[in-house]
Design a protein around this ligand. Structure first.
Ligand SMILES: Cc1cc2nc3c(=O)[nH]c(=O)nc-3n(C[C@H](O)[C@H](O)[C@H](O)COP(=O)(O)OP(=O)(O)OC[C@H]3O[C@@H](n4cnc5c(N)ncnc54)[C@H](O)[C@@H]3O)c2cc1C
Length: 460
């Protein structure tokens, strides 16, 4: 069978690329070995955010007396929480499948394997072996959790990855999380809010490396119910006991009913013929240029498999950049669109939320910028106080270049941070100075006004 474009992998990167190209009347096939929607929809972004919202509702209901609402008998019905999560995921997946089909995209269920720069073989879920040909191929095979070779981890029923956590039958009484990155902290926040005793063991001296250090410390302090053990390396796991060693050689142990291994994810570069056809793999990911082209003409790669970012919206953007480049290449041109990692915002949906875009203060200084910063508490926002009280943590930090006042980074901690970080991303993408945030009108009363307040509090 012959196609204009073959897309390998039906996650956010793959399905968006397919949609964009099919909309331009190209004949597109999307190959998926598991579920359309990929990690994000099925076992990542959407299920975790659905669970976190249930945890937020529980915390609000439990703590609502200060706001004049007295609720009695508030309790967690875990099977119902899980059922709601499954309903959200399956309905969204059905909607996605429908919209892909409506868009004229052929969905082929099965395991795909590149056999050349323009050919893919598929072992379908119905047992067929189909050879496909395509003018262009987009690889979007995603990433998988890393299970490090810690003695006692492999084959231990108490040790789960993020997917295993989504299938828990009950809220664990004691949860130990190995790794204090985004995924580890989201699960820590989720289960500590639901009543688990949570310990996070992190090898580095601060949690969430993507965060500005000062903001990460504030987040750690805000997650009061969670015990963080920093600068400690897990040396082994004995059944339900996690043994670790601190930087100074001091030893410790944590007993837990469930142990979440959240030390990172690796690009899926194996099992689909990358090496056989000579695709360049660099730093354990498929190497791509700013247009998402690989070293082989006719093959593009996008999303987690490229190692450029492990975020769904970064995969979306890479999909659009690759699609634009494919369309341009049909006319013998080169697309002007590029993927710029520095402009990709991130969000952490813990309670409280955190989000950021651009450089942290530490990164900006390391890059040699003459840096100035301004930090404003969320307490300047009337809406924030009304909804969260006077003692809730929240802060925005803007990092900018002293002379030009160009905004280099914006980092936020507090309610709705994930919802308004896009405005900061726009400012960074457009290389705007602080003054642009001062003259822009923000709706009142909203939490987003803290960004404008922060911009005004900086000295020109
Ligand atoms: C617990 C968790 C929470 C997350 N939360 C967020 C969040 O809140 N926000 C955010 O932006 N990101 C989040 N992420 C990350 C996000 O899920 C990924 O960045 C995103 O899914 C990457 O998209 P992708 O298209 O590159 O790959 P994936 O979504 O991983 O999709 C790849 C697809 O390719 C298929 N595939 C692989 N090989 C083959 C083959 N040979 N043949 C056929 N099919 C194949 C796989 O089955 C999979 O469906 C989270 C991840 C996890 C694990």
């Amino acid at each position: 069978m012959k196609y204009d474009v073959i897309v390998l992998g039906g996650g956010p990167g793959g399905y968006l690329a397919a949609e964009r190209l099919a909309a331009e009347k190209l004949k597109v096939v999307l190959i998926e070995k598991a579920e359309v929607g990929g990690t994000c929809l099925n076992i990542g972004c959407i299920p975790t955010k659905t669970l976190l919202n249930s945890a937020k509702l529980y915390a609000h209901a439990r703590d609502s007396a200060a706001f004049g609402i007295e609720a009695e008998g508030v309790r967690v019905n875990w099977p119902r929480v899980v059922a709601w999560k499954e309903e959200v995921v399956s309905r969204l997946r059905r909607g996605l499948e429908l919209s892909l089909k409506k868009g004229g995209i052929e969905i082929l269920r099965g395991q795909g394997r590149l056999t050349g720069p323009h050919s893919v073989a598929v072992d379908t879920s119905t047992g067929e072996h189909l050879p496909l040909e395509g003018d262009s191929i987009i690889v979007a095979t995603g990433s998988s959790p890393i299970i490090p070779p810690i003695p006692g981890a492999q084959g231990n029923p108490a040790v789960l990855d993020s997917t295993g956590m989504l299938a828990l039958q009950e809220v664990p009484q004691r949860l130990c999380i190995i790794g204090g990155g985004v995924i580890g902290v989201e699960f820590a926040s989720l289960f500590s809010s639901l009543g688990s005793k949570v310990t996070v063991i992190e090898m580095l001296n601060e949690i969430v490396p993507v965060m500005d250090k000062q903001m990460a410390m504030m987040l750690r302090n805000a997650l009061k119910q969670v015990t963080f053990t920093l600068g400690a390396k897990v040396t082994s796991i004995e059944g339900q006991r996690v043994l670790y060693e601190g930087a100074g050689g001091e030893k410790g142990a944590v007993e837990a009913d469930v142990i979440l291994m959240a030390v990172g994810r690796k690009a899926n570069t194996e099992g689909w013929g990358a090496r056989d056809i000579g695709l360049e793999i660099k730093n354990r990911a498929v190497a791509t240029d700013a247009h998402q082209r690989t070293n082989l003409p006719g093959i593009w790669a996008i999303g987690d498999v490229t190692g450029k970012s492990q975020l769904a919206h970064a995969a979306y953007r890479m999909a659009e950049v690759a699609a634009a480049d494919i369309l341009a290449s049909l006319k013998g041109e080169r697309s002007a669109q590029e993927f710029v990692p520095e402009t990709v915002p991130w969000a952490l949906f813990s309670l409280p939320e955190a989000a950021g875009v651009g450089y942290t203060e530490q990164e900006a200084r390391a890059k040699g910028y003459d840096v100035d910063v301004v930090r404003t508490p969320y307490g300047v926002s009337g809406r924030f106080i009304a909804e969260n009280g006077f003692s809730s943590p929240g802060s925005v930090k803007i990092i900018f270049e002293k002379d030009s006042q160009r905004i280099l980074g914006v980092h936020m901690l507090g309610a709705y941070a994930s919802e308004h970080i896009w405005g900061a991303a726009l400012a960074i993408e457009r290389k705007l100075p602080l003054s642009a945030l001062r003259t822009m009108v923000f709706p009142h009363p909203t939490v987003s006004e803290v960004i404008r307040e922060a911009a005004w509090s900086a000295h020109e």
